[in-house]
Design a protein around this ligand. Structure first.
Ligand SMILES: Cc1cc2nc3c(=O)[nH]c(=O)nc-3n(C[C@H](O)[C@H](O)[C@H](O)COP(=O)(O)OP(=O)(O)OC[C@H]3O[C@@H](n4cnc5c(N)ncnc54)[C@H](O)[C@@H]3O)c2cc1C
Length: 486
């Protein structure tokens, strides 16, 4: 397998929101961690984070040294990807945070399998794959997460109804256990499906063999359909389900579930395999720098503004969706949210809470309808709703179901107590209806809700396997503590 390093592409600062302390290992583990390495860490949706000692090691030896140092200093360790999970799975107050931003090499592709280091981002993976006429089998709505972060949360894409979750696209992983042992695991390894979706609690994913698939071009043909009601949303997913490669729908929660559905298929198009031609220009209308565009959204990021924005968006969708299918690049279609960098800042300093509910097919319409009504009754309506179709996955703590998901973004600023109350109500109702929540987006589940959702047996098995993998409980996070997982 051919290998090539990609210097200067670490993006450490933008990924984790800090410049990590330059790291040099020496013989003896550190007993006192250097104050200069202290940085502020938060989740994507919640700036209220924690201070931690942050390091960016360059190889397995340095990783082992850091694990030994954490032990010697009596600190727990949190593993940090790009910090793109909404809650706190990669935040740990006063812990030692290890980021693999400097272990991000793309090591090659052979027979549709890419070998990458855990700190490589999905962006780094697709940029290396596309010129070879391959596209990663699964990507999330942003390309910024790392491959290790994608494995640990078991992410999904807009093709979840066909491709499932990230774990199913892995051929193998290399894991550095908390005791320093380096092990390779394929999906048949007894621990594999606990590590996948295991929130970084089993060891450090150092390398991964990830499936990529041949594509006929760098583009997709996109069909847009204006949707008048929630039941029409489900009809569209059913109609396109057998033929589409990707499906996703915008849901207007102010408007009872109306919206705009998109289905896409790989296309023989003029868009070639050049990564530079995949993304929109750096300036909008040749004037406004794209990374400043979120400021235009800011005056509207409130209840009344968003009701209007949603109504305008729906109206525009109705007018435009009657036109013929159009072609978009694979990156523009998959990473729509990245086309407005920093959009989350429009929610102000207190950030946003995303709740993504997963509900079995036969109950999804009823549950989504009730959840949208609950928000309207309580006067706290999601600014953005996104619907996808899914199938269940073999992961031990599997959030995905044979059904549908609805992701909803709420501002934290309006009324934090009311938001918490709404979140808990939604969680109780969804879990009682046989639905699930996703750790990458969870900021509110209680251990009891978590146990009910996965079943006590699966949670006990997870804890037992973790006890064996990490008997000293070296690995942890704020999320793991809240859910009694570490
Ligand atoms: C705008 C936006 C859109 C999104 N869209 C989607 C979507 O469409 N589908 C979807 O599924 N998700 C989506 N997500 C969520 C995101 O893909 C996941 O949260 C992903 O796990 C983030 O990866 P990360 O590298 O930032 O990891 P972090 O968020 O930093 O960490 C995630 C977990 O990985 C662990 N971890 C990090 N590095 C390692 C390592 N080397 N070894 C072992 N464990 C490690 C951490 O401890 C933590 O538990 C979206 C997020 C955002 C912000």
């Amino acid at each position: 397998m051919e290998a090539h390093g990609r210097d200067g592409d670490h993006q450490a600062t933008s990924r984790v929101g800090f410049t990590a302390h330059p790291f040099v290992s020496s013989g003896e583990p550190m007993r006192v961690l250097p104050a200069e390495s202290v940085r502020w860490l938060s989740g994507f949706g919640n700036p209220a984070g924690s201070a931690a000692y942050v390091f960016e090691p360059r190889n397995v030896e340095e990783l082992r040294y850091l694990l030994a140092s954490a032990r010697a200093a009596g600190k727990q360790v949190v593993l940090r990807g790009s910090g793109r999970s909404y809650g706190a799975p990669s935040v740990l107050s006063e812990g030692l945070a290890i980021s693999l931003a400097k272990m991000n090499r793309f090591l090659g592709i052979e027979d549709g399998i890419a070998l990458v280091e855990g700190g490589a981002t999905l962006s780094e993976l697709w940029r290396a794959s596309l010129p070879r006429q391959y596209w990663p089998e699964i990507v999330s709505g942003t390309a910024l997460p790392t491959v290790a972060g994608a494995i640990s949360m078991n992410i999904h894409g807009k093709n979840a109804f066909k491709a499932g979750t990230y774990g199913e696209q892995l051929v193998g992983i290399e894991l550095l256990r908390p005791n320093g042992e380096l092990v390779r695991m394929s999906p048949t390894h007894p621990e594999f499906w606990a590590v996948v979706g295991g929130a970084g609690l089993f060891g450090i994913v150092v390398r991964a063999w990830v499936r990529v698939h041949a594509v006929p071009s760098g583009g997709v043909q996109v069909h847009a359909r204006s949707i008048k009601s929630l039941s029409e949303q489900f009809e569209a997913f059913r109609e396109f389900g057998a033929s589409a490669d990707y499906m996703v729908s915008w849901v207007d929660c102010f408007g009872g579930g109306r919206g705009l559905f998109h289905a896409a298929n790989y296309a023989e198009t003029k868009i070639g395999f050049d990564p530079a031609k995949q993304l929109p220009a750096g300036r909008i209308g040749k004037v406004m720098p794209r990374d400043q565009a979120w400021k235009l959204l800011k005056p509207f990021t409130n209840k009344f503004g968003m009701r209007t924005v949603n109504a305008v968006k729906y109206g525009l969708g109705r007018a435009l969706s009657s036109s013929k299918p159009h072609v978009e690049s694979l990156a523009a279609f998959n990473f729509l949210l990245d086309s407005m960098p920093g959009w989350e800042q429009s929610y102000g300093e207190s950030g946003l809470m995303q709740i993504q509910i997963f509900v079995p097919e036969d109950r999804a319409e009823l549950v989504f309808g009730e959840v949208i009504e609950m928000q309207n009754r309580m006067g706290l309506v999601s600014f953005l709703g996104v619907m996808k179709k899914h199938k269940s996955s073999p992961a031990l703590l599997d959030y995905s179901v044979d059904g549908y998901s609805l992701a909803m973004d709420f501002p934290r600023s309006s009324d934090p107590r009311l938001l918490q109350e709404l979140g808990i109500k939604i969680a109780d109702f969804v879990i009682a209806s046989g639905g699930k929540f996703y750790l990458a987006k969870d900021d509110l589940l209680t251990p009891a809700q978590f146990e009910k959702m996965h079943g006590i047996e699966a949670v006990q098995r997870f804890k037992l396997m973790r006890e064996i993998a990490d008997p000293e409980r070296l690995l942890s996070s704020e999320l793991a503590k809240r859910l009694n997982l570490a």
